[in-house]
Ligand binder design. Structure first.
Ligand code: ZN
Length: 417
């Protein structure tokens, strides 16, 4: 086995050894490593990716993790600022935090782990007059610093928390948006949060919701970056074991289904709201603790794979081309789970940083949407399903000239004139 893959033997939340495989998936390369030709060879390595359930606390997690440095060095994550919808949602979120939890204090201090290019804390700093510090392991940290957003280029953990506390004092807010599922040691991370938070401080954590993943078949979340798929029941007891309290949960629409958890130190000033019990009751009735809860996802993948190949294989046989639209990490998950690697001629992406690079493992070239007309593919498979309507809208010209789009989610659908 590769030394770059470390199997998980204990539950990431409760440390139980009682882990059971609930969904077997194909091995994957690191999903977001789009690289120039001379470096692309390194994406030929594939790593296991099975989903396990802890039979003691019911937390869902990958069966192992890839060396994080391999993932986050040369990381191409899109700066969040390029997504206007996300920017708008973040504004509301930041305002909500300050309005509800600042307790009329002055000189507020907020720390964000996984701060991306600093979009969230920059809003807090500029518009809400809050002292901020970002912690970001990828090269996006440099962009943040350039934009005068105080940022440490590292992973957040207990050690780093000690250092931040020493140099900056304790925080009123600790924020982790779509970061907590990427953490290798969640216990160490949350001990760091606890150390760094003031007694009346709030830890606000948003992450994709594993119940939504199952319910809506959001299989793009099965990657080596998302080591955990969270739901509230295991999280509540996890925070309790760490001397913290989950006092409110909101299910929010981000990424087609996310949860926002509000957490304080045990005995903090906020009342524990009914939302926590309500969401857990909803999870129980959905069957989140059942060992066979992923059977519907398994069937979905099989069915979609068949529909796709029934459609594209005859086209390819005739010598015509199929393109893919979108190169996010999910595109790699789709390529492997639907066995599309050798079916796609080229990939299209609006992001110019990705154009000219090669996809992980299959080394499919990425081109600009401008190349569609010249290359004239028979059909374009949408590999960024949450953005399908936008993509189709921007390429009406291609459809009017006889081109077809293939939607793979939520239904299998051919969009044509
Ligand atoms: Zn567990």
């Amino acid at each position: 086995m590769s030394s770059n893959f470390v199997p998980v033997k204990n539950c990431k939340l409760c440390r139980s050894k009682n882990l059971k495989k609930v969904l077997g998936l194909p091995k994957l390369p690191i999903g977001d490593k789009y690289l120039p030709k001379d470096q692309a060879q390194m994406t030929k390595e594939v790593f296991e990716l099975d989903i396990m359930m802890c039979q003691d606390c019911y937390h869902y997690q990958n069966n192992g993790f890839v060396n994080p440095d391999l993932i986050y060095d040369f990381y191409l994550s899109r700066p969040a600022a390029t997504n206007p919808k996300l920017a708008e949602a973040f504004k509301e979120y930041a305002n909500y935090l300050v309005k509800n939890f600042s307790n009329n204090k002055k000189d507020l201090f907020a720390v964000e782990a996984g701060s991306n290019n600093g979009i969230f804390i920059n809003y807090m700093q500029k518009n809400l007059n809050i002292r901020v510090l970002g912690v970001e392991p990828s090269n996006l940290a440099k962009q943040a610093v350039k934009n005068q957003i105080n940022t440490l280029n590292t992973y957040f953990n207990l050690e780093v928390a000690k250092k931040i506390k020493e140099e900056n004092g304790q925080a009123d807010f600790f924020i982790a948006n779509h970061t907590f599922s990427n953490i290798v040691d969640n216990n160490d991370f949350v001990q760091g949060v606890k150390l760094l938070l003031k007694d009346d401080g709030v830890f606000s954590m948003q992450t994709h919701y594993h119940k939504a993943v199952i319910e809506k078949n959001l299989i793009e979340n099965f990657t080596h970056e998302h080591l955990s798929g969270f739901h509230v029941k295991p999280l509540k007891s996890f925070f309790e074991r760490n001397g913290m309290e989950l006092f409110d949960v909101k299910v929010v629409p981000a990424k087609s289904g996310s949860i926002r958890c509000f957490v304080q130190k045990k005995g903090g000033p906020n009342k524990i709201l009914k939302s926590v019990q309500n969401v857990i009751a909803d999870e129980d009735s959905f069957g989140m603790s059942k060992i066979d809860r992923h059977e519907s996802v398994k069937k979905f993948i099989e069915q979609r794979k068949k529909q796709l190949h029934d459609y594209i294989d005859p086209i390819i046989k005739k010598g015509k081309k199929i393109a893919g639209y979108g190169t996010s990490i999910g595109a790699t998950t789709f390529s492997f789970n639907y066995n599309l690697g050798s079916s796609i001629d080229f990939l299209i992406d609006d992001d110019e940083f990705r154009q000219g690079l090669l996809s992980p493992f299959f080394h499919i070239p990425v081109v600009s949407p401008k190349a569609i007309e010249e290359k004239n593919p028979d059909s374009i498979l949408i590999l960024a399903p949450l953005y399908a309507d936008n993509i189709i809208d921007q390429n009406k010209n291609y459809i009017s000239k006889g081109g077809k789009f293939i939607k793979i989610w939520p239904e299998f659908e051919i969009i044509k004139n």
